[in-house]
Ligand binder design. Structure first.
Ligand SMILES: CCCCCC/C=C/CC(=O)SCCNC(=O)CCNC(=O)[C@H](O)C(C)(C)COP(=O)(O)OP(=O)(O)OC[C@H]1O[C@@H](n2cnc3c(N)ncnc32)[C@H](O)[C@@H]1OP(=O)(O)O
Length: 719
């Protein structure tokens, strides 16, 4: 779908019309092809302007088409025909020009953007490369180093930056379409060859080979096994070394390999999963499009520890007034300093003034009387939180929402102490809360759909990726994490070292292995939770603590580390050794090796070699298995929601899609077989027993993940 109109007597205006982002579907490509041919044939037409409907130029290829059989006119020859056209072609870029959209603009002879436009080649984030000439034309326009940076990161640039880089010729203050038409009229009759990027040599740079080698080393280090960034460098290198036609061939070969790869499928799945998470639904049928969220203008934040500070910063940055409360004057002062400094740093980076006027710091709960919503972020202690909740009810308006930032406590139990159970929800932020993208919005048994809608909308406003989840211990993320942690420490008992486990996980694609992450978050956090849950108590033998608790296998290694004061980075010692408390570089600690050897001797465990494959299988399949149980229990509405939680909150590598997607990609019957195998060897670990849902899905022929939701609905009645 492309609309053709002749305007100003001699301009053909071709408008891409495919809402919401004018993606280049087969119909759009056909529409462009027909319109270009019409414009070239029409003698009245002297120049052509391309634009997108609703002030959005084009969001790129239609990603939905990638999973089907591609039909319609291919993009490469289409863009070539635009570039080769004997009339000036001008792209009028408003809103977005991304991926194939920018490549279409690069095929034009001129580009005009309006001030709000954003441009980029984000294909790498979908496991692909810009294969409609983007890797060959962009370096010819802006040079190899700048093109490498943009293509390997997929970063979007503003119109202003695009002008500085030379991607656009002009930035219009008003309508880009008007400005493009004026430009088009002014260039009629001028030679077009100098404007055809395919005819240019890449902008010269000294030591291109060295630049490409450095970029390759950087992406390999950063992308941890992701293929696309490496292929992007190879394609840009081809632009530097080969004639245009040969470079295009190389671009196509590399794209063919990526396009067929499981990584591209995983990343495209992740793209849609992230967007689908916003389309939440509750078991009672309420959902995102039938429930209104309340407007939140003023919010309270209770507790200015690490979490409260990050939450306050996120809210204020989104323009929400915040009343920040502490109970102790010293804490309040240090919280105030930290929040102010974070906002100042952020504002400085963005060249704006910090919105400090939106903040009130106080010791008095009474200042909360006219807030729309409160986020409680006090210490993770049920009794303390209950006290705060009942105190809040005394001062808040009757219709204010109360949200708890808990990482796993029972939201219903907390709601029960209030006078407003329908207005209570969990908002589980991840540390640091102003940085981490994930927000689990936890609905309790009596939470109203309106409260859920409000928390989800608020989360979106503060730029979080929000997932609505049911109430259970640990919700989705931490409930699954527990089993992943369990497997990791069991493998230490059986013969592995923290380094081996972490290395396997990092090679799989995690930015950090589980033991490094534990050191970063602090081992004392889990220790406190285990104490509170009764797993650690006075009856535990301090010399030889039991490896069997509450009827199942238990690994006391993390407790033993905590007893030695090894809390991780903060104490300079944890699973690893650090130069000093607070330093970040993890080093192997020979003491840990000796400690593990002594431990195994004490319990009569004969160590064995644990392969990387076993590490991945036991960690990833334990996660997925619990994910299936979470789906059975309706704690998550879909496997996509679980994957989004792992992608945005737990560092799961995007090119592996998420634990549920990974299980589907490996094959459900393989996952089932492996879990049966590991459960046979470890019958004292009930979580390794394959879930009923996994068995059922395998029995139903292992449907693709997109179909699980409907299978789950049918299966629930049988379970
Ligand atoms: C061998 C093959 C040769 C092929 C050669 C050509 C190859 C070209 C490669 C490409 O062009 S790949 C695509 C590159 N483009 C992108 O990656 C952009 C993706 N989109 C976005 O980043 C964002 O959506 C946006 C455009 C910045 C808009 O963000 P906003 O927050 O405003 O809205 P969203 O909620 O993200 O999206 C709204 C709606 O639109 C759907 N959508 C967005 N982009 C596409 C797309 N390119 N294709 C299909 N659908 C798209 C998105 O899924 C949302 O849909 P919903 O149903 O409303 O959830």
């Amino acid at each position: 779908m492309a609309r053709y109109a002749r305007v100003k007597g001699s301009i053909a205006l071709i408008t891409l019309t495919n809402p919401p982002v004018n993606a280049l579907s087969a119909a759009v490509r056909r529409g462009i092809m027909e319109s270009v041919s019409r414009a070239l044939k029409d003698e009245q037409v002297k120049a052509v302007v391309f634009c997108g409907e609703n002030e959005k130029f084009c969001g790129g290829a239609d990603i939905k088409e990638f999973s089907g059989s591609m039909s319609g006119p291919p993009l490469v020859p289409l863009i070539h025909s635009i570039e080769a056209g004997e009339k000036p072609m001008v792209a009028a870029i408003e809103g977005v020009a991304l991926g194939g959209g920018l490549e279409l603009a690069l095929g034009c002879h001129y580009r005009v953007a309006n001030t709000k436009a954003c441009l980029g080649l984000p294909e790498v984030t979908l496991g692909l490369l810009p294969a409609a000439g983007g890797t060959q034309r962009l370096p010819r326009l802006i040079g190899i180093p700048a093109a490498l940076e943009l293509i390997t990161t997929g970063r979007h640039v503003s119109a202003q930056e695009a002008l500085q880089l030379g991607i656009v010729d002009q930035v219009a203050q008003g309508s880009a379409v008007q400005a493009a038409m004026e430009l088009a009229l002014s260039v009629i009759g001028q030679p077009l060859n100098p404007r055809r990027l395919s005819l240019r040599a890449p902008v010269w740079a000294p030591d291109v080979d060295g630049v490409c080698d450095a970029a390759l080393a950087q992406v390999k280090q950063r992308s941890r096994g992701a293929m696309a960034p490496v292929a992007c460098v190879q394609a840009v290198r081809a632009a530097a070394m080969l004639p245009y036609s040969k470079g295009m061939e190389r671009e196509r070969q590399l794209m063919d390999t990526l396009f067929r790869s499981g990584q591209a499928q995983a990343m495209q799945y992740a793209f849609f999963a992230q967007r689908n998470a916003g389309k939440w639904s509750l078991p009672n049928g309420s959902q995102w499009n039938n429930t209104r969220a309340r407007d939140v203008q003023r919010a309270g934040v209770i507790g200015l520890g690490t979490m409260g500070r990050g939450i306050a910063v996120s809210l204020v940055k989104a323009g929400i007034s915040v009343v920040a409360i502490e109970t102790d004057a010293k804490q309040l002062e240090s919280g105030k300093k930290a929040v102010t400094a974070m906002l100042q740093r952020d504002a400085q980076r963005r060249g704006v003034s910090p919105p400090l006027h939106l903040l009130t710091f106080t010791l008095s709960f009474h200042q909360l009387r006219d807030v729309d919503l409160v986020i409680e972020a006090v210490f993770e202690d049920m009794n303390l939180k209950k006290r705060v909740f009942s105190d809040l009810c005394k001062v808040l308006r009757a219709n204010s929402l109360i949200c708890t930032n808990t990482s796993g406590l029972n939201v219903d139990e907390l709601a029960a102490v209030t006078d407003r159970q329908p207005l209570v929800v969990g908002m589980h932020f991840f540390a640091p809360a102003h940085v981490m993208k994930l927000l689990e919005v936890v609905y309790g048994a009596r939470s109203s759909p309106e409260a859920v809608a409000t928390a989800m909308a608020l989360g979106k406003r503060i730029e979080k990726v929000c997932v609505a989840v049911g109430n259970c211990s640990g919700f989705v993320g931490n409930r699954m994490l527990k089993l992943y942690l369990d497997q990791s420490v069991y493998m230490l008992e059986e013969g592995a070292t923290p380094e081996q486990v972490d290395q396997a996980l990092e090679e799989f694609g995690f930015a950090m292995g589980i033991f490094k992450v534990s050191d970063l978050s602090g081992l004392d956090v889990g220790w406190r939770v285990r104490k509170a849950s009764g797993l650690i108590g006075p009856d535990v033998d301090p010399v030889k603590p039991s490896r069997w608790r509450l009827g199942r296998r238990y690994c006391p290694l993390p407790d033993m580390l905590c007893q030695q004061g090894r809390f991780g980075q903060k104490t300079g010692r944890g699973w690893y050794l650090y130069d000093s408390p607070g330093s970040k570089e993890a080093k192997s600690d020979p003491e840990i090796q000796t400690f593990l050897e002594d431990y195994r001797r004490k319990y009569g465990i004969i160590p064995r070699r644990i392969t990387s494959q076993e590490v991945i299988e036991r960690c990833a399949f334990a996660l997925a298995n619990e994910g299936f149980r979470i789906l059975e229990d309706r704690i998550a509405a879909s496997p996509e929601d679980i994957d989004v939680i792992y992608l945005f909150g737990y560092g799961w590598p995007r090119h592996r899609g998420g634990p549920m997607f990974y299980a589907s990609q490996v094959g459900l019957s393989v996952v089932l077989e492996k879990l049966e195998h590991y459960h046979r060897i470890h019958p004292d670990v009930p979580s390794l027993e394959p879930s009923r849902l996994l068995r059922r899905l395998v029995a139903e022929g292992s449907p693709p993940i997109q179909q699980w939701k409907s299978h789950i609905k049918n299966l629930r009645s049988h379970l």
